[in-house]
Design a protein around this ligand. Structure first.
Ligand code: PLP
Length: 396
């Protein structure tokens, strides 16, 4: 146990009633959903954040004044120590830029590192806002569909290289761990992707927001940690907000070793007026990284058990729903290919017959039409009710 962990309060994972405070995940009226659906869609958690984070926020709120707040050395130190201790990657303090969220960071990178009309590569299916970040900024999406065989996803490196060359790709948006498919990319796979990018002068933006949710037996590797050249060619986005259920207090980090690229990204953020977090997000995120490790471990263990439970129940009652292995994230990716529903017909079937509000697979691009993403950061009882719903829907 590190000194930091030794100081923290006894960890306790608490399920909270999300309906007691406004949140998108349970906003049935806004999304025109029936109020009795089980919401397992948007990627935030039904757990209260770590007790140490709550205590820090309460103390800060009790202070009463919320004027402009600096990010401060405490935040930077906490972020760097977390990455060193938990992810075995040691970026330097000067590489770090802070943004209000990873989505803001991705958009800024697209705008800075490509020109309008240029091609940006992604591995499909992938987190829907990757597509938005490219298209809404007038760039071209180049999709490489991941290979999917026997319920498992992998990269076809040859196909990737051919596509990069043919489409004159300038930027590669990588998701590691990969939402929604649950892969934690291996060092070898990342090296293959990285070598292609180096050979073709492609900059890599690696979204690592899910990197604290790594299942037993797996290991997160940042592509920037693989070599000096890949560190130089990469921009890495991290955030404590997914890990500690703080997405409503947005804050994220961009690590850019290349000084010229870093200056351009800073300039773009300045131009957009997106330069700072706020008093509460800095307080919460600093406390999370300094004192939240044991809570985070408990949270991950609970999610791993939720996944085991889901697998066991589906195997027993609806074995034709295929679950690709989940190596990371708190998101299960359910394959309904064995059934005749696709796209919105699948959404409607699951809502009406199973009482489930999941994330539709078609939102994740090519290859997602027969899938749905299920958020497992909830109580075991919620997962059990979801399984009951699936059993009812598919019985017979
Ligand atoms: C891969 C990925 N990137 C980014 C985000 C959102 O990041 P932020 O809330 O910091 O904008 C999410 C949220 O689900 C995500 O899954």
């Amino acid at each position: 146990m590190t000194e930091r962990e030794g100081r923290q309060a006894a960890p306790a994972l608490q399920v909270v009633d999300r309906k007691q405070a406004p949140c998108f995940k349970y906003d049935f009226a806004h999304y025109q959903k029936a109020p009795d659906l089980i919401p397992m869609w948007l990627a935030d958690m039904d757990f209260a954040t770590a007790p140490a984070v709550l205590a820090a926020l309460q103390q800060r709120v009790a202070h009463g004044a919320f004027g402009y707040a600096p990010r401060g050395e405490a935040y930077d130190g906490a972020v760097l120590a977390w990455l060193r201790e938990h992810q075995h990657w040691s970026p330097e303090a000067e590489w770090m830029i802070v943004t209000p969220g990873v989505n803001a960071a991705l958009r800024c990178c697209v705008r800075t590192l490509t020109a309008p009309g240029e091609s940006v590569l992604l591995l499909a299916p992938v987190y829907g806002p990757f597509y938005d970040a490219i298209r809404q900024n007038g760039r071209r999406v180049v999709e490489l569909p991941l290979r999917y065989a026997a319920g498992r996803y992998s990269l076809d490196a040859e196909q990737m290289e051919a596509l990069v060359a043919r489409e004159k790709v300038k930027l590669f948006l990588l998701c590691n761990p990969h939402n929604p498919i649950g892969r934690v990319w291996l060092a070898d796979e990342l090296a293959a992707m990285g070598e292609i990018c180096l050979r073709h002068g492609v900059t890599i933006v690696s979204d690592e927001i899910h990197s604290d949710f790594i299942f037993p037996g797996h290991h997160h590797t940042s592509i920037a940690s693989l070599s000096e050249d890949l560190c130089e060619a990469s921009v890495v986005c991290t955030a404590p907000t997914k890990t500690f259920n703080l997405a409503g207090l947005p804050l994220a980090n961009i690590f850019v070793r290349n000084a010229g690229r870093r200056a351009r990204i800073r300039q773009e953020l300045l131009a957009a007026g997106m330069t700072s977090g706020n008093a509460l997000s800095y307080t919460a995120c600093t406390a999370a990284y300094l004192h939240g490790a044991a809570w985070q471990a408990e949270c991950l263990a609970y999610i791993v058990e939720n996944r085991r439970y889901l697998e066991a129940r589906l195997r027993e009652c609806v074995p034709d729903i295929v679950l690709p292995p989940q190596e990371g994230t708190y998101l299960a990716w359910l394959d309904f290919s064995a059934f005749p529903y696709r796209g919105q017909a699948l959404d409607a079937f699951l809502e009406e017959r199973a009482g489930l509000w999941l994330s539709p697979g078609w939102e994740y691009g090519t290859g997602g039409e027969a899938f749905q993403r299920m958020n497992l950061a909830c109580s075991r009882e919620t997962v059990a009710r979801a399984c009951d719903g699936l059993q009812r829907a598919f019985a017979g």
